[in-house]
Structures are given as C-alpha cells and as structure tokens.
Design a binder for this molecule. Structure first.
Ligand code: ADP
Length: 447
C-alpha cells in the first residue's frame, strides 16, 4: 500500500480523495494555487505545497510543479481527481518515469480513449455497440456525402480530438452537409489543433446512460451498473440518477456485462466510465472516460462500494476487493450539482458565501469543500457541492430529495438550488420521462 498520496486537484474532489486516503491510513499531500490557500482540502491534508498562481495552467495543470511537489514531500502516488490532469497521458507517463504511481489507467489507455476515432474503433473491436457512422476520419465532402447517404440523415460531424461538446455540427439534410463539415473542421482546428472529423448518425431523442467499470489491470473487469445523466445543459450534466429510470434489469446486466468483458480484454486498470446514448432499446457508445467522474457518488450509494478506496487498492497492486457476484444494487440515488451560477442563465456567480447550511438525516450525503465565510475564487469550475440522496426506491429518493433541498441554505451567491427545487416537483421528472434535450426545452419555455 502507498505511504503518501499527493492529490493533484482542488475543491470537493480533493476532499473526497483525502477522506478515502485517511480512512486507509495513508498520509496526504494537498497542492494548491495561491487563490486556494484557505481551501478545506489544504486545511485537512497532512502537508500542503503551493504550486503557483491562480490560473490553472500555472498551477493545477503545471506538471513540472506537481512532480516537484511529489519529490519534496516524498509522495509515492498521485490521485488526479477529475478534470485538470486526470486524462493527460503525458502526466501519467512522466509520473511513471519518476517511479511515482498515477492512480488511474496506463498512459496508453488514456491516449486511446482520448482520441475519439481510436476510441470508437477500439470499442467496436471489443464488442461494444457504437453509433453507425464513418470508419475513421472523413477526408473530403464526397466521402462525407457517401457515408451520410448510407447511414441516413440527420447526421452529426464530430471532432476526433473533441471534448466539452465542441467541434460538433448537425446536418439535417444533404444541403447542410458542406457547411456543417467546414464549420466542424474549422472549430476543431482552432480548439484542438487537429481538424480531423468523423460522421455519425444523429440520434434524435436519446438518453445519456453510462456504465461504471473497474479493471484490475490483469485481465479482470467488473461493472457497477449504470447512471442516467440525461438532464444536461450545453452538454453539462446537472442531475444524475442510478439506476436509470429507463432500463430494466435485463438491459442493465446485458450492457454491464459487455462493458465488463471489454475492459477485462483491454487489460484496463482502475476506474472508468463507458458513455452511451440510448434510444429505442439500443445502446450506442460515444466515449470512454478514463478517470473517476463527478457523479461516481450515486454508484457508491447504490452499491455501498467506495470507488476511491477501490482505485487506490488497484493502483497499489492489491487488485479489486469485489467480484461481479459480490456487487448488488440497493435502491435508488440522485445527485444534484450545486453550482455557483444563476439558476436560469447559468452565468457564474463567484463571491463570498455568507451562510452555508447543509441538510442531514438518513440517506443524505453532501460532498463540498466550502463553508460559511468561504470566498469562491473566480478562476475555476463553478461546482461548489454535490447533494446525493439515497432511498429504497425512486419514489422514496425523490421525497427525501425534496426535503433535503428545502433544508439546504447557501447565502451570498446565486446557486442552482432553485432549479432543483423546481425539477423535483415536475411531473416528467417524477415519471423519469426525459431525454438529453428535456432540460434545455424546459428552460426555453421559461416555466
Ligand atoms: P464531448 O467529449 O465533446 O462531450 P461526446 O461525444 O461525449 O462529446 O458528446 C457529447 C454530447 O453530444 C452527448 O452527450 C450528446 O448530447 C451529443 N451527441 C454526441 N453524439 C451524438 C449523436 N450521434 N447523436 C445525438 N447526439 C449526440
């Protein structure tokens, strides 16, 4: 087991990882920018190192400084959290070269899944169902037209190096294709320095369903069920559920087994998420995230398994603590992302939190690094906390969520809490009847 873990992140996820390390009796090192000197993860860590000024590129993305912090403190492993360097293959390789363990998969696996064309090709080879589309990048308009005619309109053009929903364009008919292709290419080139694009069938009313997997790096793989993250705004998830209200037990184990077998065959190590669009009973792979996700907490709620403990175990060579047969799903869980944002326009609302009171009681978990008097720096992501609610079934979970939202107080800034209070009373949400466009349509109605 590791002696000392350096946590290369900030905010609630730094605290989340710190808690797991403490429970396992491992020393912790926090790193922070000058803007985060007062942060909770810094206060609670055994040691802390300031790694630079506020902008992420000079601190949380500064590989040089982070490796130096490992050397100074003698950390033998790094947990990257999510975002920042968590899917940076070069970072994983550099740590390996310094004999420091990256708590995550190999640099090569990160690299494959970071390239969308390569990821899709790999998924297909491993028996994962993918969205019909071009085999690899499309070279010109002629080829694009041929592929689109074959799969049928509407189609979506996507950047191979894509991320964060950028570089994607929909063509409803052949008349739109030329412009869509050009715009996607230009956007991709500008955003990622790589203008390779590919074509997929555009699914009209899908749900976003993702499967949590774990590999031991030695040929074993398990799945921990799925999460439904269809409630999104500009491709950002805001409310997640486990299990999905749309799947039955047979579909759950079918897609779960496909994913578990795929990661076993890949020799994948650690936590990962295989993301699908789901429509008319079919799953279509869109991407794989090679890290812990924000919404891992709802999987923890329904399985009782601490995913960060498991990541640390696997990375230290201790293997998985469970086999597929040990994994059982209990009840239903929902996570609401509390962002420091206007609840209608989603414009960030940094500032000082004058009062912060979190709900409690059975089935309630709040993961947050903020407190009364905390000043939210304007430089980073606006997520300030996550409310995770568990119940024996979805109805009980929703009742408890409504009560918990009533108790939650965040004064001094705007947050997304009012939006969740509204959603919890909406009949479509109560029925679990929504797709990936539901939230934007609901917001556009101005209800
Ligand atoms: P990114 O890595 O940029 O987030 P993804 O491939 O994960 O890109 O897609 C992000 C979102 O774009 C999906 O959650 C979905 O809303 C939409 N999307 C992607 N591919 C398709 C498709 N083939 N049909 C319909 N919507 C899609």
């Amino acid at each position: 087991m590791f002696q000392k873990i350096l946590i290369a992140n900030r905010g609630e996820i730094a605290l989340r990882v710190l808690r797991a390390a403490k429970e396992l009796g491992i020393q912790t090192v926090a790193v922070h920018s000058t803007a985060d000197a007062d942060a909770m993860h810094v206060r609670l860590a055994d040691e802390s190192v300031c790694i630079g000024p506020p902008p992420s590129r000079d601190s949380y993305l500064n590989i040089h400084q982070i490796v130096a912090a490992c050397e100074i403190t003698g950390a033998d492993a790094v947990h990257p959290g999510y975002g920042f360097l968590s899917e940076n293959a070069k970072f994983a390789d550099i740590l390996a070269a310094h004999n420091i363990t990256f708590i995550g998969p190999s640099g090569d696996h990160i690299r494959i899944m970071g390239d969308k064309i390569e990821a899709k090709r790999t998924a297909k080879r491993l028996g994962i169902p993918v969205v019909p589309g071009s085999e690899g990048a499309v070279s010109d308009e002629k080829e694009a037209k041929r592929v689109a005619a074959e799969i049928g309109y509407p189609v979506i053009i996507k950047a191979s190096a894509g991320g964060g929903g950028r570089g994607m364009k929909v063509a409803l008919t052949e008349a739109d294709l030329e412009i869509a292709l050009q715009t996607a290419r230009t956007e991709a080139g500008a955003a990622f320095g790589d203008d390779a694009v590919y074509i997929e069938k555009y699914l009209q009313k899908p749900r976003h369903i993702e499967v949590q997997i774990f590999g031991d790096g030695a040929g074993k793989g398990v799945h921990l069920g799925e999460r439904d993250c269809s409630l999104q705004r500009r491709h950002q998830k805001i409310w997640e559920e486990a299990n999905s209200p749309a799947l039955n037990a047979e579909e759950r184990s079918r897609i779960g087994e496909i994913c578990a077998n795929a990661v076993a065959n890949l020799g994948y190590s650690g936590a990962g998420t295989i993301e699908f669009l789901y429509e008319n009973g079919e799953f279509y792979f869109i991407e794989m995230n090679t890290r812990l996700q924000v919404e891992h907490t709802i999987t923890e709620a329904i399985t009782g398994i601490d995913l960060v403990h498991e990541q640390i175990r696997v990375a230290s060579g201790g293997g998985l603590s469970v086999t597929q047969n040990d994994i059982r799903f209990h009840g239903h869980a929902i996570e609401c992302r509390i962002n420091a944002e206007d609840p209608r326009t989603f414009v960030p609302s940094p500032g000082t939190i004058t009062h912060f009171h979190t709900p409690g009681g059975l089935g309630i978990r709040v993961d947050s690094g903020v407190y009364s008097g905390y000043r939210i720096p304007p430089y980073y992501d606006s997520l300030i906390g996550k409310l995770i609610v568990h119940g024996r079934n979805r109805v009980e979970c929703m009742m408890r969520l409504r009560r918990a939202l009533d108790e939650f107080v965040v004064d001094g800034i705007k947050t997304t809490l009012p939006l969740f209070r509204e959603l919890v009373g909406n009949p479509d949400i109560a029925n679990g009847d929504y797709d990936i466009h539901w939230l934007e349509k609901h917001l556009a109605k101005g209800e």
